[in-house]
Design a protein around this ligand. Structure first.
Ligand code: SAM
Length: 261
């Protein structure tokens, strides 16, 4: 991956892109008047992260471009701010102040919801193992402005980490997080998922392992939650109780942690 800016960037945008490249240990390329095609051919067809004043994009030849945008997460966040329920948060039994480990950050929509419901006292950590997606997310979460102060504050509170969840979970003490959440790439994709289809080209599509679920059960105080396609065999394979929702194409599966012991 390389990191660059749009054409004729402001000095502060170029400085931000350069700092991000340095932090991630990847090359920063001053854009000059290079076209995207020139950048692709000059740097071997690797992913290019383009840092812009109010946005960030991820590109690769012959793949759909991905732009940071909380999309449906924004719509859901507005509903939660109004006091409405949300099936993911309600399945998790999440209360304000709860801590959350989102093991599959993607574009961060679900992490945003956890941060909104959790409020200022909560701690939400979002793990993403794909370096290009992590870079898109970290830069987007830090700089995206939605026009709603509470949403922007929630985005900034999320601690985005570039890590595989299996090794991260192994490093955590027992009972150290209220809720552990998994939303892996579905075993059978929902073809009409506009938010997830472009992500697929850059994502880690490995299946969720039983070891990771066992580690999550050890680490969680309240619940471990899995999102999958409705009726997916993953729920029973991994020991989750599927919460069916009328008319929904996806379900949340839950393992509740008995807190009496
Ligand atoms: C379906 S997407 C998650 C979408 C996300 N819930 C959202 O709201 O945008 C799954 C994401 O998890 C990441 N992922 C898959 N396996 C992972 C692992 N072992 N550790 C960390 N991230 C992983 C993928 O790269 C992908 O970005």
């Amino acid at each position: 991956m390389i990191i660059t800016t749009g054409d004729r960037p402001l000095t502060e945008v170029a400085a931000r892109a350069e700092r991000l490249a340095e932090r991630l240990g990847v090359r920063y390329i001053a854009r000059g008047n290079l076209s995207m095609n020139k950048l692709f051919s000059r740097y071997g067809g690797a992913e290019v992260l383009v840092v812009l004043l109010e946005g960030v994009r991820l590109l690769r030849p012959d793949r759909p471009q991905l732009q940071f945008h909380p999309s449906m997460g924004f719509v859901r966040a507005k509903r939660v701010l109004k006091g409405d329920g949300d099936p993911m948060l309600d399945s998790a039994g999440m209360a304000p102040g709860d801590s959350v480990l989102d093991c599959t950050a993607g574009l961060g929509s679900d992490a945003l919801l956890f941060a909104v419901r959790g409020g200022e006292r909560s701690c939400v950590t979002a793990l993403e193992s794909s370096l290009p997606l992590y870079a898109l997310l970290a830069e987007g979460m830090a700089n995206y402005t939605s026009g709603i102060e509470e949403v922007d504050a929630a985005l900034r509170r999320i601690n985005v980490v570039n890590s595989d969840h299996q090794s991260y979970l192994a490093s955590l003490p027992d009972g150290s997080v209220d809720i552990v959440y998994f939303d892996p790439m579905f075993r059978e994709p929902l073809e009409d998922s506009a938010a997830i289809s472009p992500l697929r080209a850059y994502a880690n599509s490995a299946s969720l392992s039983q070891e990771s679920v066992l580690a999550a059960v050890r680490v969680a105080r309240k619940a471990v939650v899995l999102k999958e396609k409705r009726g997916s065999g993953e729920f029973s394979r991994l020991g989750f109780e599927e919460m069916l929702r009328p008319g929904a194409k996806t379900s949340y599966g839950v393992i509740r942690i008995d807190q009496r012991s």
